[in-house]
Design a protein around this ligand. Structure first.
Ligand SMILES: NC(=O)c1ccc[n+]([C@@H]2O[C@H](COP(=O)([O-])OP(=O)(O)OC[C@H]3O[C@@H](n4cnc5c(N)ncnc54)[C@H](O)[C@@H]3O)[C@@H](O)[C@H]2O)c1
Length: 309
């Protein structure tokens, strides 16, 4: 009995120790995703260092976080505006900014990378950080489409490397895909699961396969909607209405494509097609390619499959 109790206490304290381990987080990339991850991590009491390439980008990023927090507070603290303002100041105090990743990682427990979706650039970043980060520091990438193992291969900490795939907008979306490669240690994987839970998110565990779970199902679905339309089997409006009213989806596939960005969707499908050219689910689409070539990238450019002006 004493042994069992001892075991329970040990397991509880090691779990608590793991939790305590991730207190300081460095987020590289203060764009759409990085700013969202920084906001959520700081809101849940983590000390956050946000890194980007220039002070201007970082200032814009923090301004965006402040605006987002104001919207949260407006709802959450509707009757107590002073407590809301106090919350915002507390969260912002948890965030520091830097253009020098190598100096901030020296005191960090976890690095979450959310920079441009380019394998070589991500590898170069992690290769440099690997040399200066403490031995216990875990590295994670928020990549949507690149193999985590390929990014990790630029470092010597394959056992302390995994994926943390957040969803846009990060403060609203509950899911985090936690990705393990064959080399990710159990301890690292558990620490990433615990961290996701500490952010108030719901983690699911994924293998390091193209698109993990969500995008592996969603991207071929969106591509198939384009092919259906290309074959003349349905207008984009009808396909969108059909999936909303018939399948209960909040957005139709063409609305979703425009929201995600047609360039991003093309980038993902082209990468997968290159990896697995015989897979018909990964076949490129002439219609998507044409829209991207014309600069019609979706909501962000004012036109994609639909016009937004
Ligand atoms: N946008 C989405 O919906 C989404 C969802 C999940 C995952 N992701 C992934 O998250 C990552 C970031 O996507 P995003 O949409 O936030 O991009 P973004 O373009 O909004 O932001 C990227 C930021 O990284 C900065 N950056 C680029 N290189 C850098 C470097 N070497 N060091 C420091 N900062 C650098 C840029 O200045 C920019 O501010 C990508 O890997 C993407 O695949 C995106």
């Amino acid at each position: 009995m004493a042994f069992v109790t001892h075991q329970i206490v040990r397991s509880l304290s090691s779990s608590a120790a793991r939790h305590a381990a991730i207190k300081h987080v460095t987020i590289i990339g203060g764009g759409l995703m990085g700013a969202g991850i920084a906001q959520v991590a700081a809101s849940t009491g983590h000390s956050v260092a946000l890194v980007d390439t220039s002070e201007d980008i970082l200032k814009k990023s923090v301004k965006g976080i402040e605006g987002s927090l104001k919207r949260v507070v407006k709802k959450k603290y509707a009757d107590k505006p002073e407590a809301g303002e106090e919350f915002i100041q507390k969260v912002l105090k948890n965030i520091s900014i830097s253009t020098d990743a190598t100096s901030v990682v020296q005191s960090t427990d976890l690095v979450v990378e959310a920079i441009v979706e380019n394998l070589k650039i991500k590898q170069d970043l992690f290769h440099g950080l690997d040399k200066v980060a403490p031995a216990h520091t875990i590295f994670a990438s928020n990549t949507s489409s690149l193999p985590i193992g390929d990014i990790a291969s630029s470092t010597s900490r394959l056992d302390r490397f995994g994926g943390l795939h957040f969803f846009n907008p990060v403060p609203m979306m509950k899911l985090v895909e936690v990705i393990r490669t064959p080399s990710t240690s159990q301890e690292t994987f558990d620490a990433l699961l615990d961290f996701s839970k500490a952010l108030g998110k719901h983690p699911v565990s994924c293998k390091d396969t193209p698109g993990f779970i969500v995008n592996r199902l969603l991207v071929p679905y969106m591509m198939e909607a384009i092919r259906l339309h290309e074959r003349g089997h349905g207008s984009k409006e009808d396909i969108d209405v059909a999936m909303k009213l018939g399948a209960g989806y909040p957005m139709g596939p063409f609305e979703l494509l425009d929201y995600v960005g047609l360039d991003t969707s093309k980038f993902i499908i082209d990468g997968w097609h290159q990896m697995d050219p015989d897979n018909p689910l990964f076949a490129p689409s002439p219609m998507l390619n044409k829209l991207v070539a014309e600069g019609k990238l979706g909501k962000k450019t004012g036109e994609g499959f639909y016009k937004y002006k």
